[in-house]
Design a binder for this molecule. Structure first.
Ligand SMILES: *[C@@H]1O[C@H](CO)[C@@H](O)[C@H](O)[C@H]1NC(C)=O
Ligand SMILES: *[C@@H]1O[C@H](CO)[C@@H](O)[C@H](O)[C@H]1NC(C)=O
Ligand SMILES: *[C@@H]1O[C@H](CO)[C@@H](O)[C@H](O)[C@H]1NC(C)=O
Ligand SMILES: *[C@@H]1O[C@H](CO)[C@@H](O)[C@H](O)[C@H]1NC(C)=O
Ligand SMILES: *[C@@H]1O[C@H](CO)[C@@H](O)[C@H](O)[C@H]1NC(C)=O
Ligand SMILES: *[C@@H]1O[C@H](CO)[C@@H](O)[C@H](O)[C@H]1NC(C)=O
Ligand SMILES: *[C@@H]1O[C@H](CO)[C@@H](O)[C@H](O)[C@H]1NC(C)=O
Length: 487
């Protein structure tokens, strides 16, 4: 998780639990994981244990502005409908080694126990360590008496030592941890192995920036390392990558390196850094492998520097929908699609028909808890821009620049879709979020958006000098049911 959230808000933290309530429902999400009240940030410990899915999140139950975080806990039987675990706090800062925060980490099932691996954060003197907590029932966690399990970072690293992500390969546990090098100060992900999650052996650097000109930021938060259909992926939330034209337009970005990895030598043959989601609000992504062998990702719908208007209502932060990661056919990129199970949320169908847009069309669909599928054949949409408007935001294909654009203000987000004849959009609107999946996951764009009451959807087609603003599209839309309280 992010260093300076804690620094920023530490002073305002209150000790007691559940002292605040949500005071206004206007932005509460219908089908995304969010805290009951208070602050939340990174997804943590995504896992499957005893027949149920677990999603933890960085959590401050009593302060929507942040604090020394605990792990909040939600549980699901189907990866779609979630309820808060009882107790909702899995672990909280109460030990010398984690007194200023049980920071982000992961969870694995070991010896019949759900084991959390997390960074203990101490501010003064600054000290981050790796710790574990276990549970036999999946809700009541006990911190290991031998914590920290990794007490000091590698000799050449800074004191920034956090976001442990564990997986198992060939009977051995591995963990990847964020730990920048000291001199020079480059972002880095380091690798350890273990037989029991308690005794760890340092294996060295998995990947690091080697030259400032690489523009890979200062810190790689929340590293995830996994195998996807023949390739290895190092996914990370980078702090401080500089904007490069349309790329890296947010303050911080989630991206990945792709390559081959050799467990004998621990050598990862990494590619360049590619952004994963081109929207305004996407950070701290974490993956886990589900029982079907799918790689599932959730992230925090936030970008550093964005306002969170729901703080005024006593809560903050939410996770994205679960998405399945898929390797592109040429094996060079990672795509994201909403997990299949999300179709179970579909309720009333608003529309399922071809639509002729002449300038503008109002399908009479509210953008509040809605899935919209709009397929555009570019042969039948000759204008300059074809897309949809919802309140102060727009999503459109720009024919001249061959780009899909999400616009929330003048500083637009855009992604090159290449030489295509078809733009297939699948858009999930919740009460204060929008998630766009284009061309079966070739591009995704995630953003919060705040509008009370919810805006209606408007389809549009803009003319160019030579071409009319008309379009034939296929439109399908559903109301999506709430995931809370039905499970
Ligand atoms: C929050 O709601 C609970 C249950 O309605 C109530 O007992 C409690 O007093 C409320 N807390 C505040 C700070 O309003
Ligand atoms: C950090 O704390 C651990 C024990 O929790 C200790 O072993 C280690 O030496 C400390 N590191 C520093 C730099 O003080
Ligand atoms: C939680 O686990 C601890 C340690 O195993 C045990 O002492 C305690 O009774 C458990 N609490 C609940 C509510 O199950
Ligand atoms: C799995 O581990 C065994 C024992 O350490 C080793 O002999 C074998 O080569 C490993 N297999 C792979 C695929 O790494
Ligand atoms: C690393 O990847 C590049 C490009 O994918 C390939 O040409 C090269 O042979 C690879 N090297 C190793 C050691 O795997
Ligand atoms: C797209 O088409 C143009 C013009 O035919 C061509 O120059 C370009 O290489 C194509 N790009 C891709 C990615 O195929
Ligand atoms: C839109 O395209 C997708 C393929 O991306 C297809 O599965 C779906 O049936 C199409 N829907 C409509 C309404 O045309």
């Amino acid at each position: 998780m992010l260093r300076f959230i804690l620094v920023l808000f530490m002073g305002t933290c209150v000790k007691s639990i559940y002292t605040i309530n949500v005071t206004n429902q206007r932005y509460r999400l219908n089908y995304h994981i969010m805290p009951p009240a208070g602050w939340s940030n990174d997804p943590n410990g995504l896992s499957y244990f005893n027949g149920q899915y677990h999603a933890f999140f960085q959590y401050c139950p009593d302060n929507p502005n942040g604090c020394s975080t605990s792990w909040g806990h939600s549980i699901s039987n189907d990866l779609v409908h979630w309820h808060y675990a009882q107790p909702t706090i899995a672990i909280s800062p109460n030990q010398p080694y984690d007194r200023d925060g049980c920071w982000s980490g992961s969870a694995v099932v070991n010896d019949g126990q759900l084991t959390l691996i997390y960074a203990g954060n101490v501010q003064n003197p600054f000290n981050q360590t790796i710790n574990i907590a276990t549970s036999t029932d999946g809700v009541n966690f006990t911190k290991y008496s031998g914590n920290p399990v990794i007490a000091i970072p590698p000799f050449d690293g800074t004191t920034g030592f956090k976001d442990p992500k564990v997986w198992r390969s060939n009977g051995t546990w591995y963990v990847v941890i964020s730990n920048p090098t000291q001199q020079p100060n480059f972002p880095r992900a380091v690798l350890y192995k273990s037989d029991d999650l308690k005794q760890w052996t340092y294996l060295g650097s998995l990947a690091a920036e080697v030259d400032d000109s690489e523009n890979l930021g200062s810190m790689w938060d929340d590293p995830n390392f996994f195998y996807l259909n023949g390739k290895f992926i190092l996914l990370t939330s980078a702090e401080g990558v500089l904007r490069d034209g349309n790329r890296f337009a947010n303050l911080f970005q989630v991206g990945y390196f792709i390559g081959d990895f050799d467990y004998q030598t621990n050598f990862f043959n990494r590619s360049d850094f590619y952004e994963l989601d081109l929207g305004y609000d996407f950070f701290a992504a974490q993956v886990f492998e589900d029982p079907k062998g799918r790689m599932i990702l959730m992230a925090w719908m936030y970008t550093m520097g964005s306002p969170l208007p729901e703080q005024a209502d006593g809560w903050a932060g939410a996770l994205t929908l679960p998405r399945q990661l898929i390797l592109s056919e040429d094996g060079t990129r990672v795509k994201m699609v909403p997990i299949e199970e999300l179709k179970s949320l579909r309720g009333n169908q608003y529309v399922n028909s071809p639509i002729f847009i002449n300038g503008q069309f109002d399908p009479k669909i509210p953008c509040d808890s809605t899935e919209v599928i709009m397929n555009i054949s570019l042969l039948q949409a000759p204008g300059k821009r074809i897309g949809m408007r919802f309140g102060y935001m727009q999503l459109y294909y720009d024919r001249q620049y061959k780009k899909l654009v999400l616009a929330r203000n003048k500083d637009i987000r855009q992604v090159d879709l290449g030489n295509i004849t078809q733009v297939n959009l699948r858009v999930f609107f919740d009460k204060s979020s929008v998630e766009v999946f284009a061309n079966d996951g070739a591009a995704t764009m995630t953003s919060r958006f705040y509008s009370d009451p919810a805006p209606g959807l408007i389809l549009f087609a803009e003319s160019s000098n030579e071409m009319p603003g008309t379009a034939n599209v296929n439109l399908q839309a559903f109301h999506l049911n709430s995931i809370y309280g039905n499970n």
